[in-house]
Design a binder for this molecule. Structure first.
Ligand SMILES: Nc1ncnc2c1ncn2[C@@H]1O[C@H](COP(=O)(O)OP(=O)(O)OP(=O)(O)O)[C@@H](O)[C@H]1O
Length: 287
């Protein structure tokens, strides 16, 4: 390892026409840490990643990859698993691995037991969990010092997700700096630190507790959940329906009672600590 700093963005902005996809973002990832990049669809996570990796040029600001510019030489020291996995679907797992190792002048790694039966299967014919596993293997073949993973666990079953997180943690324990995006909020617990984006900006960072802070929510218990949801929604109250449970973040319980009383809906209202997902909703609404 030649530097403790794996990735850094300093006041980085990227526009597409009049639209600002990444807005003056400053952040960094150190070697050996797993940093989770969270945010709703369109928050700017993938664009930030592409800027950090030199795949897109910033309009303003500066990025550093392993302490230098994100040029070919520095990019050769990082591993990237994009959302679409970046594998050749019409090549087998073994062929993808050999191709990538050759491109980086690295030895072809051994295929782990869980993928061995699939070594001669075309990637396009594999289940998504196995495809993601293969993409990890390919990205790690040249022993990168930085690993950037864009939704690595999306669409895979719980067991495969747990295995992928084990792999991520093992890499960090070996000193690799990891930046990972996820849509699954429960996966925030696997990260050492979180960055939260909304509307292109970095709106919060730290641990899950730092991000939630003292934000509160209200749990609404009612038999008539459909009407309750409709009434609160119509009153422009930030209501969340999770199954049949109704939650309202960052809103005075009296406001909720009053909206429901006016509509003649019977409900029991209980203030509770907010979740990170609810805090994200609050931050996104305030952008
Ligand atoms: N090449 C492009 N041209 C125009 N707009 C773009 C381009 N790339 C991204 N955008 C826009 O920038 C915004 C941020 O997109 P981005 O893919 O970075 O979000 P994201 O947080 O990664 O979302 P998701 O979780 O859905 O992947 C979106 O509104 C997207 O439509």
């Amino acid at each position: 390892m030649t530097t403790d700093q794996a990735l850094r963005a300093q006041s980085v902005t990227r526009r597409f026409g009049d639209f600002t996809a990444v807005d003056a973002v400053s952040m960094e990832v150190s070697s050996g840490e797993v940093v989770g990049l969270l945010g709703a669809n369109g928050a700017g996570k993938t664009t930030l990643i592409r800027l950090l990796l030199g795949l897109l040029a910033p309009n303003e600001g500066r990025v550093e990859l392993l302490g230098g510019p994100p040029d070919r030489a520095h990019r050769a020291r990082m591993g990237y698993v994009p959302q679409n996995l970046g594998l050749y679907r019409d090549l087998t797992v073994a062929e993808n691995l050999a191709f990538s190792a050759d491109a980086y002048n690295a030895a072809v790694p051994e295929i782990p037991p869980s993928l061995r039966d699939a070594r001669n299967t075309l990637v396009g014919d594999l289940a998504l969990g196995a495809q993601r596993q293969a993409a990890f293997l390919v990205a790690l073949a040249h022993q990168p010092e930085v690993l950037v993973l864009d939704e690595p666990t999306s669409g895979v079953d719980a067991l495969s997700r747990a295995e992928l997180w084990d792999t991520i943690r093992a890499q960090a324990d070996d000193g690799v700096g990891v930046l990972v995006t996820t849509h699954y909020m429960e996966e925030a617990q696997h990260c050492d630190r979180l960055l939260l984006m909304a509307g292109g900006a970095l709106v919060a960072s730290g641990s899950e507790d730092d991000i939630v802070g003292d934000t509160r929510a209200v749990a609404v218990h009612t038999a008539d959940w459909a009407r309750t949801f409709a009434v609160l929604n119509a009153a422009d109250i930030p209501v969340i329906l999770d199954g049949r449970a109704i939650r309202v973040p960052d809103t005075d319980p009296a406001t909720i009672s009053s909206a429901l009383d006016d509509a003649g809906v019977e409900a029991e209202i209980r203030p509770v600590p907010a979740t990170i997902e609810e805090r994200m909703l609050v931050l996104a609404r305030s952008r």
